[in-house]
Design a protein around this ligand. Structure first.
Ligand SMILES: Cc1cc2nc3c(=O)[nH]c(=O)nc-3n(C[C@H](O)[C@H](O)[C@H](O)COP(=O)(O)OP(=O)(O)OC[C@H]3O[C@@H](n4cnc5c(N)ncnc54)[C@H](O)[C@@H]3O)c2cc1C
Length: 494
């Protein structure tokens, strides 16, 4: 209980205006239009942190090219299970986006999604053998049936010419998936929120949530600092709170005091990309080319050479180069990490840190790299790249989840984690991968955890928006053709 006096009431507070809150607000407004939603964003506009196009790689993650979703077992075999799960999740995302284009919520799909084939490319005997084993495991599956494999240099040069110009001798292997995509999550976030403005959804910028208190009736009092007008600091009462604050979600989750938050910590990883906007170069590359992580490198630091479509312009990005900064948000504070340490997460964080010393070493090594060392890494993928054409840009912060583990004391994990209270009155999204591409299934999961009694009422509408909701397309080949064919045609992708 607290003595704070609320001056406003709302049904739902969504903290943060990134892709997660935008997706949840879109779903809730459709399913329960009479609910009043309030989006509170500390910055002056939507999608300026991780969801911004230049702060992430824009890969429509569907496990077509990211090798970390299919690690090789000690006996040399590769399992497609995790990759299939990620691909199924992206199909759910594709279905919602298609419905939103069809009903006019989203504009021309080219403004947020473009067809960019996904390629995995590796060098040397071991990696080439692994890629072949991965291809053999993937190919029989419906969702990966269009994947091609080759070691023929001519063929790879046709798929991604820049990667083969001037390349020296040695074994090279690649897979090609024509249905890959590039996504501008910033544009998507803005379009979704723009559509919601005025529809019982209040979107307020410059509003920082500082703390929150649970009341005895299960509602929340959310304290808001107005960064534009100090006289407007206030308290909002909400029946449900979503912490979609990206890196800012962990500190707020800790302040909520819910017992489910116990033991969670965060490890921030910063990043840099190289960007080239010269049309004579960008016109020669239409692919996302993902490689194999080097020893000790975290999975999200696997280098890739990406075609990007942002604001109607084509660019190429290479990276990310990992690094370390203690901020939880790009526009956050250097004190974010030390301030997040609590008695309940100190042990798990220490254990997770001790078990990941090679990661820390890797990130420190990346931090101290010179520009010419970064260009050297680029040359592995694009041997004739000209240094003068590339500018270094700062990526978004990723706060990797650290949490308790019975056997190990504490673990560092690279996925996303939904934390909800037992009474379903609050939910928070931690972590970053596969991230924005899976915003739709993650938010559907949040709805089923926090509003279990509403799901049977909502399900018919969810199935109108996402016709294959609850169905595994990989196990239903005919339905897969129908759904994937339809979403491809609506979204203008393959
Ligand atoms: C380098 C990098 C590469 C990535 N590549 C990909 C990729 O290729 N494909 C992919 O699908 N995903 C990728 N991701 C992950 C993806 O970007 C994120 O999962 C996604 O953008 C997270 O969305 P969000 O809405 O949770 O957070 P954000 O977009 O970060 O939004 C959170 C918002 O909350 C606001 N906020 C924070 N604290 C407060 C507060 N106290 N009060 C009010 N507002 C607050 C912030 O200002 C921000 O606007 C990448 C991420 C990074 C960093």
């Amino acid at each position: 209980m607290t003595s704070l006096q609320p001056t406003e009431s709302t049904d739902v507070v969504l903290v943060g205006a990134g892709i997660m809150s935008a997706t949840l607000a879109t779903l809730l407004n459709d399913l329960q239009p009479e609910w009043k939603l309030t989006v509170l964003e500390r910055l002056d506009a939507a999608g300026l942190e991780s969801s911004n196009a230049w702060n992430n790689a824009g890969t429509g993650h569907s496990a077509l090219c990211e090798l970390n979703y299919a690690p090789q077992a000690a006996d040399g075999t590769v399992s497609a299970t995790k990759a299939l799960n990620i691909n199924e999740q992206f199909q759910i995302t594709r279905q919602l986006w298609s419905s939103l284009v069809e009903n006019g919520t989203l504009g021309d799909p080219k403004t947020f999604i473009n067809s960019v084939p996904h390629i995995s490319m590796v060098f040397g005997e071991d990696h080439a053998n692994y890629l072949r084993a991965r291809y053999d495991a993937f190919k029989p599956n419906k969702l990966f049936e269009r994947m091609e494999f080759t070691e023929d240099r001519e063929q790879i040069a046709q798929w991604a010419p820049l990667t083969m110009h001037g390349r020296g001798a040695g074994r090279v292997a690649a897979t090609f998936a024509p249905e890959g995509t590039d996504v501008d999550f910033g544009s998507l976030t803005n379009q979704l929120l723009r559509h919601l403005g005025g529809r019982n959804v209040s979107i307020q910028y410059g509003q920082q949530v500082t703390t929150l208190h649970r009341q005895s009736d299960g509602s929340w009092l959310v304290s808001v600092k107005d960064r534009l007008n100090r006289d407007n600091d206030r308290v909002i009462r909400a029946k449900f709170v979503f912490l979609g604050a990206g890196g800012g979600a962990l500190p707020l989750l800790q302040k909520s005091g819910i017992k489910e938050a116990q033991g969670y910590g965060g490890f921030p990883v910063s990043g840099l990309f190289l960007r080239n906007v010269d049309p004579t170069v960008t016109s020669q590359h239409n692919a996302k080319v993902y490689g194999q992580a080097s020893v000790g490198a975290p999975p999200m630091s696997v280098p890739h050479l990406d075609t990007r479509y942002v604001d109607g312009e084509r660019a190429i990005m290479f990276g990310p180069y990992g690094g370390f900064r203690p901020n939880f948000l790009k526009q956050g504070s250097l004190l974010d990490l030390p301030r997040s340490v609590r008695a309940h997460n100190l042990y798990p964080m220490t254990r997770a840190g001790m078990a990941n010393l090679d990661l820390v070493k890797y990130l420190l090594g990346e931090l101290t790299k010179t520009r010419s060392q970064r260009i050297e890494a680029l040359h592995e993928y694009y041997p004739t790249a000209q240094e003068s054409q590339w500018e270094l840009i700062e990526a978004g912060q990723r706060v990797q989840v650290m949490k308790k583990d019975k056997a190990k004391g504490g673990v560092l994990q690279f996925g996303t984690e939904l934390v909800t209270s037992a009474d379903g009155s609050i939910g928070a999204l931690l972590g970053a991968s596969p991230g924005a591409s899976t915003a739709v299934p993650i938010m559907l999961n949040l709805l089923s955890k926090c509003f279990p009694s509403k799901m049977s009422e909502w399900e018919p509408r969810i199935k109108e928006l996402i016709p294959a909701y609850g169905v595994k397309l990989n196990d239903n080949p005919q339905l897969a053709d129908e759904i994937m064919g339809h979403t491809a045609s609506v979204l203008g992708i393959k």
